[in-house]
Ligand binder design. Structure first.
Ligand code: MRU
Length: 359
């Protein structure tokens, strides 16, 4: 999608220099910085500090991380250790493990003359596939928005949480793809953007994305969605996912669950958009999902521009207070109206998920 009318993807590889390029998402929306990843360590660190984030994008970054590992030291022990470190760089989004496993399977047993090219092609393929899947997710999700518009005959108000936009994927996004398709088809839309504390991915990234595509949007605090739903100002909720169990429970950015509860209480459709790489086919009890706990500094400090226009980070909590920073929560399947995937829309239900998405 576009930044200031120029088309970008979130990650790309420069063959001449053997460098992976990413957009540093910790600086958006105030600064637009393209960063170089030269080693697998760079890729691991970048995922950890969330210069790249969002389930599909961290998967793609890990795939390119393995390409960088091969360039550095094409030795099986080093590659296995790199794969392990990449998987452990963030624990919740399953796309990370999915992408690393896919890369390792592809290069296993390949001779050293061919390994780099095969790995590079696979990393590119993961990215191309994700772009295609996100585009199709948008086409399926478009129909839901179109149906609401046909009944309402007025602006469709969509509430979204965190950033499941193109910045979280390679292009298009998951939850935003239906929004972009509906906007392109001329359906009048307005998006309520949950700020998404503590890192403000909604305010900093989703609103920024939507502004760049000229889609009307309003940032709200994470606690505002409930009253908007009660007042009839929300027609549907549309969010992404970091890990969806094959039983239909959805793990996504902290606060998603509370939005789903409010939507359920107000009979507002609550949809989750995800590529099949986000499905966890192993865990069946959501309590077993590893929930990332991040540094408390993300709560107690906040980034912003000072009066001189410089990006600064300031303390906002009492110095002596304790805080707890859980990054994800789980929305049980009963609160979800449907899953929008590249293969179509299904109920958040084990039988439907297996029949639509398994193989
Ligand atoms: O901690 P983040 O910013 O990586 O979390 C991202 C989310 O929770 C997104 O909603 C999710 O990854 C879906 S991305 C298409």
């Amino acid at each position: 999608m576009k930044i200031k009318d120029k088309h970008y993807q979130t990650i790309w590889y420069e063959k001449n220099s053997s460098i992976v390029k990413i957009i540093d998402q910790t600086k958006l929306p105030h600064q637009f910085i393209i960063k170089d990843l030269k080693t697998v360590k760079d890729a691991i660190n970048d995922i950890k500090i969330m210069e790249v984030r969002g389930a599909p994008l961290i998967g793609a970054t890990a795939a390119y991380g393995l390409v960088l590992a091969i360039i550095e030291n094409n030795d099986q022990t080093f590659l296995k250790k790199s794969a392990e470190n990449l998987i452990n760089s963030r624990p919740t989004a399953i796309n990370l493990k999915w992408a690393v496993d896919r890369m390792m399977n592809k290069i296993s047993g390949v001779n050293s003359d061919e390994i780099l090219e095969i790995a590079l092609n696979e990393a590119k393929e993961i990215c191309e596939e994700d772009i295609g899947f996100c585009k199709i997710i948008g086409m399926h999700g478009f129909k839901i928005i179109e149906d609401i518009y046909k009944t309402k005959k007025d602006t469709v108000n969509i509430l979204t949480h965190c950033n499941a936009g193109w910045l979280a994927t390679i292009d298009w996004g998951t939850a935003t793809s239906p929004i972009y398709h509906a906007h392109q088809a001329g359906i009048p839309l307005h998006v309520w953007v949950d700020e998404t504390r503590p890192r403000n991915q909604g305010a900093n990234l989703t609103s920024f994305e939507l502004n760049n595509e000229n889609i009307p949007n309003t940032i709200i605090t994470d606690n505002t969605g409930g009253i908007l739903m009660q007042k009839g100002f929300v027609d549907m909720c549309l969010v992404g996912s970091d890990r969806t169990l094959y039983t239909g429970d959805v793990c996504n950015k902290i606060g998603t669950y509370l939005k789903a509860l409010a939507a359920y209480d107000n009979s507002i459709p609550f949809y989750v958009a995800l590529p099949s790489s986000t499905i966890d086919w192993e865990i069946d009890n959501y309590k077993d999902i590893p929930i990332e706990e991040r540094n408390n500094n993300e709560l107690s400090h906040i980034n912003g521009l000072d009066e001189a226009g410089d990006l600064i980070n300031v303390l906002i909590y009492p110095k002596e207070s304790k805080s707890l920073n859980l990054a994800f929560d789980v929305t049980p399947s009963k609160y979800i109206s449907g899953l929008i995937t590249e293969k179509g829309i299904c109920k958040a239900d084990k039988i439907e998920i297996i029949s639509l998405l398994k193989n």
